[in-house]
Design a protein around this ligand. Structure first.
Ligand code: DC
Length: 245
Protein backbone atom coordinates (compact mmCIF):
# COMPACT_ATOMS: atom_id res chain seq x y z
CA UNK A 1 0.00 0.00 0.00
CA UNK A 2 1.23 3.50 -0.84
CA UNK A 3 0.28 6.39 1.46
CA UNK A 4 1.09 9.82 0.06
CA UNK A 5 1.41 12.91 2.23
CA UNK A 6 1.64 16.20 0.38
CA UNK A 7 1.36 19.74 1.66
CA UNK A 8 3.10 23.09 2.05
CA UNK A 9 6.35 23.77 3.91
CA UNK A 10 5.90 23.72 7.68
CA UNK A 11 2.76 21.58 7.73
CA UNK A 12 4.67 18.87 9.63
CA UNK A 13 4.90 16.35 6.79
CA UNK A 14 8.30 14.83 7.61
CA UNK A 15 7.69 14.45 11.33
CA UNK A 16 4.21 13.03 10.83
CA UNK A 17 5.10 10.79 7.88
CA UNK A 18 8.05 9.27 9.76
CA UNK A 19 5.91 8.50 12.82
CA UNK A 20 3.06 7.18 10.70
CA UNK A 21 5.39 4.86 8.78
CA UNK A 22 6.86 3.55 12.04
CA UNK A 23 3.38 2.87 13.44
CA UNK A 24 2.25 1.07 10.32
CA UNK A 25 5.53 -0.79 9.80
CA UNK A 26 5.85 0.84 6.36
CA UNK A 27 8.95 2.34 4.77
CA UNK A 28 9.25 6.13 4.76
CA UNK A 29 10.36 8.23 1.78
CA UNK A 30 11.34 11.90 2.16
CA UNK A 31 11.26 13.13 -1.44
CA UNK A 32 12.34 16.66 -0.47
CA UNK A 33 15.65 15.08 0.61
CA UNK A 34 16.15 13.87 -2.97
CA UNK A 35 15.79 17.41 -4.40
CA UNK A 36 18.10 18.61 -1.63
CA UNK A 37 20.72 15.95 -2.45
CA UNK A 38 20.76 16.94 -6.15
CA UNK A 39 21.12 20.60 -5.17
CA UNK A 40 23.99 19.86 -2.78
CA UNK A 41 25.82 17.86 -5.44
CA UNK A 42 25.35 20.57 -8.08
CA UNK A 43 26.63 23.28 -5.72
CA UNK A 44 29.64 21.21 -4.69
CA UNK A 45 30.55 20.49 -8.29
CA UNK A 46 30.01 24.07 -9.38
CA UNK A 47 27.35 23.30 -12.00
CA UNK A 48 25.99 26.75 -12.95
CA UNK A 49 22.43 27.38 -11.72
CA UNK A 50 21.27 28.31 -15.22
CA UNK A 51 22.63 25.06 -16.74
CA UNK A 52 19.40 23.06 -16.56
CA UNK A 53 20.82 20.25 -18.72
CA UNK A 54 23.91 20.06 -16.50
CA UNK A 55 21.73 19.71 -13.39
CA UNK A 56 19.63 17.01 -15.05
CA UNK A 57 22.70 15.07 -16.26
CA UNK A 58 24.21 15.25 -12.80
CA UNK A 59 20.96 14.08 -11.15
CA UNK A 60 21.01 10.98 -13.34
CA UNK A 61 24.57 10.10 -12.31
CA UNK A 62 23.98 10.36 -8.56
CA UNK A 63 23.20 7.47 -6.27
CA UNK A 64 20.73 8.64 -3.62
CA UNK A 65 19.90 6.11 -0.91
CA UNK A 66 18.06 6.12 2.39
CA UNK A 67 19.48 3.98 5.18
CA UNK A 68 18.25 4.00 8.80
CA UNK A 69 16.76 7.50 8.45
CA UNK A 70 20.04 8.79 6.94
CA UNK A 71 20.40 10.14 3.40
CA UNK A 72 23.37 8.81 1.45
CA UNK A 73 24.69 10.59 -1.63
CA UNK A 74 27.11 8.36 -3.54
CA UNK A 75 27.73 6.58 -0.24
CA UNK A 76 28.35 9.74 1.82
CA UNK A 77 26.01 10.59 4.70
CA UNK A 78 24.59 14.00 3.71
CA UNK A 79 21.63 14.06 6.12
CA UNK A 80 22.85 17.29 7.74
CA UNK A 81 24.50 19.13 4.80
CA UNK A 82 21.34 18.90 2.67
CA UNK A 83 19.52 21.01 5.30
CA UNK A 84 22.01 23.90 5.06
CA UNK A 85 20.44 27.23 4.18
CA UNK A 86 22.66 27.50 1.09
CA UNK A 87 21.02 24.32 -0.25
CA UNK A 88 17.51 25.59 0.57
CA UNK A 89 18.29 28.86 -1.19
CA UNK A 90 19.22 27.04 -4.44
CA UNK A 91 16.72 24.19 -4.37
CA UNK A 92 14.47 25.73 -7.01
CA UNK A 93 17.10 24.92 -9.65
CA UNK A 94 16.41 21.25 -8.97
CA UNK A 95 12.70 21.45 -8.11
CA UNK A 96 11.76 23.63 -11.13
CA UNK A 97 13.80 21.52 -13.57
CA UNK A 98 11.39 19.19 -15.47
CA UNK A 99 14.15 16.69 -16.35
CA UNK A 100 15.35 16.48 -12.74
CA UNK A 101 11.74 15.99 -11.63
CA UNK A 102 11.13 13.29 -14.22
CA UNK A 103 14.20 11.38 -13.09
CA UNK A 104 13.45 11.68 -9.35
CA UNK A 105 9.79 10.71 -9.83
CA UNK A 106 10.97 7.56 -11.66
CA UNK A 107 13.25 6.72 -8.72
CA UNK A 108 10.37 7.33 -6.29
CA UNK A 109 8.13 5.02 -8.29
CA UNK A 110 10.82 2.32 -8.32
CA UNK A 111 11.14 2.56 -4.54
CA UNK A 112 7.34 2.41 -4.27
CA UNK A 113 7.24 -0.86 -6.21
CA UNK A 114 9.20 -2.55 -3.42
CA UNK A 115 6.18 -2.59 -1.04
CA UNK A 116 4.29 -0.65 1.61
CA UNK A 117 5.48 2.93 1.95
CA UNK A 118 4.58 6.35 3.32
CA UNK A 119 5.96 8.99 0.98
CA UNK A 120 5.92 12.73 1.55
CA UNK A 121 6.51 15.74 -0.68
CA UNK A 122 4.56 18.09 -2.91
CA UNK A 123 3.55 15.90 -5.88
CA UNK A 124 3.32 12.41 -4.45
CA UNK A 125 -0.45 11.99 -4.71
CA UNK A 126 -0.72 13.84 -8.02
CA UNK A 127 2.31 12.93 -10.16
CA UNK A 128 4.42 10.19 -8.55
CA UNK A 129 1.61 7.96 -7.24
CA UNK A 130 -1.71 9.09 -8.80
CA UNK A 131 -3.18 5.65 -8.03
CA UNK A 132 -2.06 5.53 -4.38
CA UNK A 133 -4.57 3.81 -2.12
CA UNK A 134 -4.43 6.56 0.49
CA UNK A 135 -3.68 10.23 -0.08
CA UNK A 136 -3.36 12.86 2.63
CA UNK A 137 -3.02 16.61 2.15
CA UNK A 138 -1.48 17.93 5.34
CA UNK A 139 -1.87 21.62 5.93
CA UNK A 140 -1.93 24.39 8.54
CA UNK A 141 -2.50 28.15 8.43
CA UNK A 142 0.45 30.26 7.15
CA UNK A 143 0.78 31.95 10.55
CA UNK A 144 0.88 28.64 12.42
CA UNK A 145 3.45 27.22 10.02
CA UNK A 146 5.61 30.33 10.40
CA UNK A 147 5.33 30.12 14.21
CA UNK A 148 6.57 26.53 14.07
CA UNK A 149 9.46 27.53 11.82
CA UNK A 150 10.42 30.36 14.20
CA UNK A 151 10.40 27.93 17.15
CA UNK A 152 12.46 25.46 15.15
CA UNK A 153 15.08 28.12 14.29
CA UNK A 154 15.14 29.37 17.89
CA UNK A 155 15.88 25.83 19.05
CA UNK A 156 18.88 25.89 16.73
CA UNK A 157 20.11 29.07 18.41
CA UNK A 158 18.93 31.53 15.72
CA UNK A 159 16.87 34.67 16.39
CA UNK A 160 14.49 34.90 13.43
CA UNK A 161 11.90 37.63 12.90
CA UNK A 162 8.37 36.24 12.59
CA UNK A 163 7.51 38.66 9.77
CA UNK A 164 10.57 37.67 7.76
CA UNK A 165 9.91 33.97 8.22
CA UNK A 166 6.27 34.45 7.18
CA UNK A 167 7.27 36.45 4.09
CA UNK A 168 9.85 33.82 3.01
CA UNK A 169 7.34 31.07 3.56
CA UNK A 170 4.71 32.82 1.42
CA UNK A 171 7.28 33.19 -1.33
CA UNK A 172 8.09 29.46 -1.07
CA UNK A 173 4.36 28.58 -1.08
CA UNK A 174 3.90 30.63 -4.25
CA UNK A 175 6.88 28.99 -5.93
CA UNK A 176 5.71 25.49 -4.94
CA UNK A 177 2.16 26.11 -6.17
CA UNK A 178 3.06 27.87 -9.42
CA UNK A 179 5.72 25.38 -10.59
CA UNK A 180 5.04 24.36 -14.22
CA UNK A 181 5.80 20.68 -13.52
CA UNK A 182 4.77 18.87 -10.32
CA UNK A 183 3.24 21.88 -8.54
CA UNK A 184 1.86 21.62 -5.02
CA UNK A 185 -1.86 20.96 -5.49
CA UNK A 186 -4.24 18.85 -3.51
CA UNK A 187 -5.20 15.69 -5.41
CA UNK A 188 -9.00 15.54 -5.83
CA UNK A 189 -9.09 12.26 -3.90
CA UNK A 190 -6.77 13.40 -1.09
CA UNK A 191 -8.12 13.82 2.42
CA UNK A 192 -7.20 17.20 3.87
CA UNK A 193 -6.00 17.26 7.46
CA UNK A 194 -5.52 20.70 9.00
CA UNK A 195 -2.94 20.40 11.79
CA UNK A 196 -3.57 23.83 13.37
CA UNK A 197 -3.71 23.33 17.15
CA UNK A 198 -3.34 19.57 16.89
CA UNK A 199 -0.66 17.68 18.80
CA UNK A 200 1.71 15.45 16.83
CA UNK A 201 0.23 12.32 18.42
CA UNK A 202 -3.28 13.43 17.50
CA UNK A 203 -2.33 13.95 13.87
CA UNK A 204 -0.61 10.58 13.67
CA UNK A 205 -3.58 8.89 15.30
CA UNK A 206 -5.92 10.55 12.80
CA UNK A 207 -3.81 9.42 9.88
CA UNK A 208 -3.57 5.86 11.18
CA UNK A 209 -7.37 5.81 11.37
CA UNK A 210 -7.62 7.08 7.80
CA UNK A 211 -5.11 4.54 6.46
CA UNK A 212 -6.68 1.62 8.30
CA UNK A 213 -10.15 2.61 7.14
CA UNK A 214 -8.96 3.00 3.56
CA UNK A 215 -7.29 -0.37 3.69
CA UNK A 216 -10.17 -2.33 5.16
CA UNK A 217 -13.35 -0.54 4.24
CA UNK A 218 -13.45 -1.48 0.55
CA UNK A 219 -14.73 2.02 0.08
CA UNK A 220 -17.37 3.00 -2.42
CA UNK A 221 -17.87 6.69 -3.16
CA UNK A 222 -20.40 7.36 -0.33
CA UNK A 223 -18.17 5.66 2.24
CA UNK A 224 -15.22 7.65 1.02
CA UNK A 225 -17.13 10.96 1.27
CA UNK A 226 -18.14 10.08 4.82
CA UNK A 227 -14.57 9.29 5.73
CA UNK A 228 -13.44 12.57 4.23
CA UNK A 229 -15.97 14.54 6.30
CA UNK A 230 -14.90 12.75 9.45
CA UNK A 231 -11.24 13.31 8.71
CA UNK A 232 -11.27 17.06 8.11
CA UNK A 233 -13.02 18.24 11.30
CA UNK A 234 -10.24 18.85 13.83
CA UNK A 235 -10.67 17.81 17.47
CA UNK A 236 -10.17 20.52 20.07
CA UNK A 237 -9.45 18.36 23.10
CA UNK A 238 -5.94 18.17 24.51
CA UNK A 239 -4.61 20.64 21.93
CA UNK A 240 -0.85 20.93 21.99
CA UNK A 241 1.50 22.60 19.57
CA UNK A 242 2.94 20.61 16.70
CA UNK A 243 6.73 20.71 16.95
CA UNK A 244 8.81 20.32 13.84
CA UNK A 245 12.35 19.08 13.66
O1 DC B 1 10.16 19.17 2.06
P1 DC B 1 11.47 19.92 1.86
O2 DC B 1 11.47 21.31 2.42
O3 DC B 1 12.66 19.15 2.31
O4 DC B 1 11.57 20.07 0.28
C1 DC B 1 12.66 20.74 -0.29
C2 DC B 1 12.23 21.41 -1.58
O5 DC B 1 12.00 20.44 -2.59
C3 DC B 1 10.99 22.26 -1.48
O6 DC B 1 11.33 23.58 -1.78
C4 DC B 1 10.03 21.75 -2.51
C5 DC B 1 10.80 20.71 -3.27
N1 DC B 1 10.06 19.45 -3.41
C6 DC B 1 9.40 19.25 -4.58
O7 DC B 1 9.40 20.12 -5.44
N2 DC B 1 8.75 18.06 -4.78
C7 DC B 1 8.74 17.12 -3.83
N3 DC B 1 8.10 15.97 -4.05
C8 DC B 1 9.42 17.34 -2.61
C9 DC B 1 10.07 18.54 -2.43
Amino acid sequence: MIVTIDGPAGAGKSTIAKLLAAKLGFRFLDTGAMYRAVTLAALRRGVPCQDATGWAELAKQLEIRFLDQRVLLDGEDVTDPIRASQVTAHIRYAADNPQVREHLVKLQQEIGRRGDMVTEGRDQGTVAFPHAECKIFLTASPEERARRRVRDLQQRGERPSFDEVLAQQMQRDRRDSCRAVGPLVQAPDAIEVDTDSMAIDEVVERLVEIVVTRRHAGLGEPGYKKLQEAAVSPRDDDAQELCLH
